[in-house]
Design a protein around this ligand. Structure first.
Ligand code: ZN
Length: 232
């Protein structure tokens, strides 16, 4: 079994799972590609079997409907976002709510708490924002998605997190200081910064942050450029 994470810029990630028992699965998280200044690929160039949407903001959902319609991918999100995408011709949706999970072909997905907001681009109610915990063949991947720091991250960490993907951009999410505190709560083996460098308000020095992670925690920081890959 192998798991590979590719950063598609901003908060967009592609998780590629290759398993001798369950086959190959492409899990696309928060696709924002066509209008992202840092995305290495456009929406018509990605393949997906599953699309996970953390909340309703344009920089997470902008390309979800068109990719889902083209690929037939199953969209996993909260109830309100699944309903909204359904009205845009997305046929395969699997609604959840916070704390709820389900078994999928690649493994288990669970929606975790996230402290943020979630209005959809047309002003519709986008439900509650979430993060995602993916359990794939014994490996736990935690995507905090857009969130503030919160103490219950420690409970997520109690599962034993192999890879945590955390926002460090500041202004709209945790910044570098709180993301470092999050690493201390979660205690992941590997931590990856996300949601930075897209536009000036969220520019951050990810290498400097990684150096602090290395000095102050046991986690191994991994910084990639958009298009870069991380093997789990
Ligand atoms: Zn965002």
């Amino acid at each position: 079994m192998s798991i590979e994470l590719t950063w598609l810029g901003h908060a967009s990630w592609l998780v590629f799972v290759k398993s001798s028992t369950t086959g190959e699965h492409r899990i696309l998280i928060d696709p924002f590609l066509d209008d992202s200044p840092t995305a290495p690929v456009k929406s018509d160039g990605v393949s997906a079997d599953f699309i996970l949407i953390s909340h309703g903001h344009f920089d997470h959902i902008a390309d979800a409907a068109k990719i889902a319609r083209r690929t037939g991918a199953l969209v996993i999100s909260n109830y309100e976002i699944c309903e909204w995408l359904g009205k845009q011709g997305v046929e395969q949706t699997h609604p959840h709510n916070l704390g709820g999970g389900s078994e999928q072909k690649f493994g288990r997905v669970q929606l975790t708490l996230a402290f943020h907001s979630s209005a959809l681009p047309d002003g519709s109610n986008g439900g509650n924002p979430s993060g995602f915990l993916l359990s794939i063949d014994g490996a736990n991947l935690y995507f905090a998605c857009d969130t503030a720091l919160f103490g219950d991250m420690r409970m997520i960490g109690e599962r034993g997190i192999d890879v945590a993907v955390l926002p460090i951009g500041d202004q709209f999410t945790m910044g570098p200081d709180d993301a470092l505190r999050a690493v201390k709560l979660i205690e992941p083996k590997v931590v990856v910064p996300s949601h930075y460098g897209t536009w000036p308000p969220i520019d951050q020095d990810a290498q400097a942050w990684a150096a602090r992670v290395k000095a102050e925690t046991k986690a191994q920081p991994r910084v990639v450029q958009p298009g870069g890959k991380i093997s789990v």
